[in-house]
Design a protein. Structure first.
Length: 135
């Protein structure tokens, strides 16, 4: 990892992250990526109901949400997380071509397939926006 990448990763150290992804292999790859980027705990949810139940276990510091969860979207969990002050990043294979509701206009989006180098800046952006919103 380059020095610039290491600087980008610093905000991830020690974070608890919720990953909402319906494709198991992608979910496991994202879990590995988050650990490589310094996260201390990664909770996985493959369905909207599981993701909502995860919130009853405690709030994450950040969530990475696949937009399309089979025949449902992650927008309801995104709404809940935002209301609770948890920063989110959308992950999608559609890139910016997806028609996001206006309320998500400022949510960072990472396109699949993603790498450590493409995901880390989006996560850092989400965390920075959450910090700005607190002040």
């Amino acid at each position: 990892m380059s020095a610039a990448s290491a600087d980008t990763v610093a905000p991830l150290k020690g974070l608890k992250v919720l990953v909402v992804e319906d494709e198991a292999i992608v979910s496991f790859l994202l879990e590995d990526t988050m650990f490589r980027l310094g996260c201390r705990d990664v909770a996985l949810a493959g369905r909207l109901s599981t993701a909502l139940a995860q919130l009853d276990q405690g709030l994450p510091d950040l969530a990475v949400l696949d937009v399309n969860l089979g025949n449902e979207s992650s927008f309801p969990i995104a709404d809940r997380l935002i209301a609770l002050g948890v920063p989110i990043v959308f992950a999608t294979c559609y890139g910016k071509n997806i028609d996001f509701p206006e309320r998500f206009a400022n949510v960072p989006v990472v396109s699949k397939p993603y790498t450590d180098e493409s995901l880390a800046p989006k996560v850092a952006e989400a965390l920075a926006r959450a910090d700005e919103a607190k002040t």
